[in-house]
Design a protein around this ligand. Sequence first.
Ligand code: NAD
Ligand code: UDP
Ligand code: UDP
Length: 324
Amino acid sequence: MSGDDKDLFRKRILVTGGAGFLGSHLCERLLDAGQEVLCVDNYYTGRRSNIEHLLGNPRFEALRHDITSPLVVEVDEIYNLACPASPVHYQFDPVQTLKTCVHGSINMLGLAKRVKAKIFQASTSEVYGDPLVHPQPESYWGHVNTIGIRSCYDEGKRAAETLFFDYHRQHGVDIRVVRIFNTYGPRMHPKDGRVVSNVVIQALKGEDISIYGDGSQTRSFCYVDDLIDGFLSLMNQDKTIGPVNIGNPNEFTIKQLAELAIELTGSKSKLTYQPLPQDDPKQRQPDITRAREDLGWEPKIQLREGLGKTIAYFDRLLTERIAV
Ligand code: NAD
Ligand code: UDP
Ligand code: UDP
């Protein structure tokens, strides 16, 4: 194919939240596939250092913008990832979190409707709340507190899903909705307060490991590269399907995760126990039957390998004394 032909097939893709943990990996993968990427971010939790290596690419453009305000651009596809994802970040300004989920989604859906772009929503396993069904299939409606400290995120993401499906039914917008389960890997924010970043940094520094509750609650951790494979595979489906769980079904207790981090870092850190936060889900594991059957997707990287790569990333941040 000549250079001119490649230009004809190249897509212009908007990634909101593109300077964040997941967004920066997605931008990188889309550029690797030859696409043109417009990264839109208000740098609330995103960092310029996450996209620094992409700035020299002529097919990459970064725009500082808050998606709660309208955005008029011409694009072929939209990945809507903008939203703080960790409890410490989304609870810092809960009203802004809800506005980002609701007003932000309305703006991105209005944009998709006008330019007839396919649009992808980063939803979350949090739509299942503290689940009463285990593992969670997409058909489960969830168990969510409407007025708790996690509600701004959980209910915001639920409302966003409703908006996506209503824009699809009412206006024919071509949508894709992924429900992401706990994901980890390089470029996680070192101060996001999440269990993977906390325990790895504490283990590397030889500090006490903070276990909330007795550490018997479970999560299923997906490595970022596997997750992005799932995103691309869902976006490239030829039609709208229901929401799809993407996550790694291998479930671990928080105590097991901490012990693995200690082992892999060779740390002398000891486990310490602190109170469990309000509404903290007791267990979480994706049922990925739909992803397996409809996308032919399943995760390839298991916790030991992925945690090793994540430890190497945090070790570099500590060595270079970057914001840790
Ligand atoms: P992140 O905080 O690293 O990235 C979110 C990005 O959105 C940041 O760069 C932030 O600055 C930007 N942002 C926030 N509000 C914005 C606004 N109003 N306008 C423009 N930009 C805004 O988090 P992440 O882990 O990369 O998560 C990305 C998406 O995936 C989020 O929508 C999150 O809810 C979803 N998700 C993530 C996980 C996970 O385990 N990481 C799990 C479930 C869902
Ligand atoms: N919107 C946007 N960019 C566009 C088109 C629309 O940000 O290119 C916003 C617009 O400001 C509006 C929202 O998307 O608030 C929803 O648009 P829609 O057309 O659905 O609704 P309406 O404009 O009729 O309120
Ligand atoms: N957690 C913990 N120690 C920490 C941070 C988190 O024990 O330093 C627990 C937290 O209470 C929860 C689990 O680990 O039960 C996962 O927390 P995270 O914030 O990573 O994700 P989420 O709760 O959103 O799934």
